[in-house]
Design a protein around this ligand. Structure first.
Ligand SMILES: [Zn+2]
Ligand SMILES: [Zn+2]
Length: 132
């Protein structure tokens, strides 16, 4: 009976662990989708937050956009397997892929608002391997 209960605990832990991992993956994917959407639409939450305070310019008005900050973020986007040969044997390894993202924030002192530009700077592979 004791062994069965230990096994039971073990399986519960395994199931809990896989559920947590699945949720983490899901949140991660939602995060990526949000980031891509923000990059595509040029959405700036800082502008959204400041909208109540600033004067909304008409489309004819000129802006005085000045670079105020440059920020780099590295986010892991996934993994992939690659094969290589060692001692006449074909082996497989997992490589983690990350994106280096550059965010430039501009500030316009005429209307007291900001805008940001997000761009993909670099795709980083954790392992050194030939790219197929
Ligand atoms: Zn402006
Ligand atoms: Zn790789």
């Amino acid at each position: 009976m004791y062994i069965i209960s230990i096994l039971g605990n073990y399986f519960t832990e395994v199931i809990l662990f896989s559920v947590v991992m699945m949720l983490r993956l899901l949140y991660f994917r939602i995060g990526i989708l949000l980031l891509v959407w923000m990059a595509l639409t040029g959405f700036d939450y800082r502008v959204a937050n400041l909208e109540m305070m600033e004067r909304i310019p008409t489309s004819l008005e000129e802006h005085n956009w000045q670079k105020s900050s440059v920020d780099y973020n590295v986010i892991e986007v996934g993994t992939h397997d690659y094969t290589y040969w060692k001692n006449f044997m074909k082996r497989t390894r997992t490589c983690h892929i990350s994106h280096r993202i550059k965010t430039v924030v501009y500030y316009c002192d005429i209307h007291n608002h900001t805008k940001s530009e997000t761009s993909l700077e670099e795709i980083i592979h954790s392992e050194r391997h030939r790219l197929e």
